[in-house]
Design a protein around this ligand. Structure first.
Ligand code: LLP
Length: 414
């Protein structure tokens, strides 16, 4: 595909130059139709067993997006009390929030307990603290199934090299701690890592996970975690993650489990990226073009403060070039360039040595698949206020869903 934004009619008939003129650049632009479609796809993934998808809001916690998630009927998981409070603020009732923290202070646990929010504990010591705070209570425990996966070592969250979850050999000890405080472990969760494009690691982990789950009696739910990938190389033909194949395989694993464990279990997943990634692009402006030691650089206002994934993980985001509001297609000629930002670091590169259509000053750069871990990982580094986020509605109207920060925001806390 030469242009994703054309193919899916991303701007719904709007001229991206008008959006850039009205909201400035850089700006995050979301498409509501794509977002809702994704939510529905993941919410209806498992059909033959009781199932709930929890949107993992660390990927994107914009209040407007949370409200759409609320309206579409999916549940959410939160990693911090900040995320729990955002969900409450968006209107989520306690029973639709799952708090899955790591190494939290008693105050955070207490907040969740007081607000009747289900908590998952991910170590013996956190379970012990929970037990002291909430004797006789109910909780979940995060299990490490021994299989991990992900696009970078720093996002693999199961297997032998991770701080997360409790390994199988500690199950007897878990039960002892629970018994001591009369806690009922009613749920188990796992999350093997982020971004895999094949169902296999998830299915292997699910099998191990359910084998471990058999050691617990009276479970009400098991949560297989998230991590489903999206095609970041869509311009070169990368295919979608095969959600149908995953659910088909997963349902077989569940059927095996229910043969001896019995039914009455709610199955859950925790997708973050899959829900929001391709519902957003970033528009940025080209302010300089130069050659240095035979390398060509395109200087934009999309710095690592706006999108840190390429700098942090070496992640790939497809890039399109827009001139007078229309994509400039690679078939009109290309050149190898590095698209960089305006931050004082040499690693501030959005696309390194990439073959792109010929780019000139004043063009718009459109970075694809920016909806997940995009704005949620933004920072005001180099004292650049965070950008605005806007949403293109299903009727084509464009609304601001978060204003750009201003200089006043930079000095607000002094
Ligand atoms: N559940 C738990 C417990 C998690 O830790 C995560 C992500 C998710 C669910 C959702 O994973 P997803 O479906 O989005 O892959 N900043 C990195 C990704 C970090 C993921 C952290 N945990 C990135 O930009 O690729």
């Amino acid at each position: 595909m030469e242009s994703f934004v054309n193919e899916v009619n991303f701007f719904e008939g709007n001229n991206p130059e008008d959006i850039a003129a009205k909201f400035g650049t850089p700006v995050y632009v979301y498409n509501e139709r794509i977002l809702r479609h994704r939510i529905r796809k993941v919410a209806g993934a498992i059909k033959n067993y009781p199932y709930r998808a929890n949107f993992s809001i660390k990927a994107n916690s914009n209040l407007e997006i949370l409200k759409i998630a609320l309206e579409e009927g999916i549940n959410c998981d939160a990693m911090s009390i900040g995320e729990v409070k955002l969900l409450e603020h968006a209107g989520f009732p306690a029973e639709r929030i799952f708090f899955v923290p790591n190494n939290v202070a008693d105050e955070e646990l207490k907040y969740a307990i007081d607000h009747k929010i289900m908590v998952s504990l991910d170590s013996l010591s956190q379970l012990e603290r929970f037990g002291v705070l909430n004797p006789g209570g109910k909780c979940a425990v995060r299990i490490n199934p021994g299989v991990g996966a992900g696009h970078s070592d720093s996002v693999v969250t199961a297997g032998k090299n991770t701080k997360f979850a409790v390994e199988e050999k500690d199950v007897p000890e878990l039960k002892k701690v629970a018994e001591k405080h009369m806690i009922k472990i009613v749920g188990l969760n796992q999350h093997i890592g982020s971004l895999f494009m094949e169902p296999k690691p998830y299915i292997d982990a699910a099998r191990n996970f359910l084998r471990i789950a058999r050691q617990f009696e009276g479970l009400e739910f098991v949560d297989f975690g998230g991590g489903f990938g999206i095609p970041y190389h869509k311009l070169s033909g990368e295919k979608e993650f095969d959600m149908d194949l995953l659910t088909e395989e997963l349902e077989k694993v569940i059927a095996e489990f229910e043969k001896d464990y019995g039914g009455n279990i709610l199955y859950k997943s925790e997708p973050g990226r899959y829900v929001v990634a391709d519902s957003a692009v970033i528009l940025g402006r080209v302010h300089a073009v130069k050659e240095s030691y035979e390398k060509r650089y395109v200087g934009t206002d999309i710095g690592q403060n706006v999108l840190v994934r390429p700098t942090l993980y070496g992640s790939w985001h497809d890039v399109e070039v827009l001139r007078e509001g229309k994509p400039v297609l690679p078939s009109s000629g290309t050149r190898v360039v590095s698209v960089t930002g305006n931050i004082c670091e040499s690693g501030d590169i959005i696309a390194k040595e990439r073959e792109l259509p010929i780019i000139g000053e004043g063009d718009l750069i459109c970075v694809l698949d920016a909806g997940a871990y995009g704005y949620s990982m933004c920072s005001p580094y180099n004292s650049r206020p965070r950008p605005a986020e806007v949403m293109i509605g299903e009727d084509g109207s464009v609304r601001c869903i978060r204003k750009a920060e201003t200089f006043e925001d930079l000095i607000r806390l002094f």
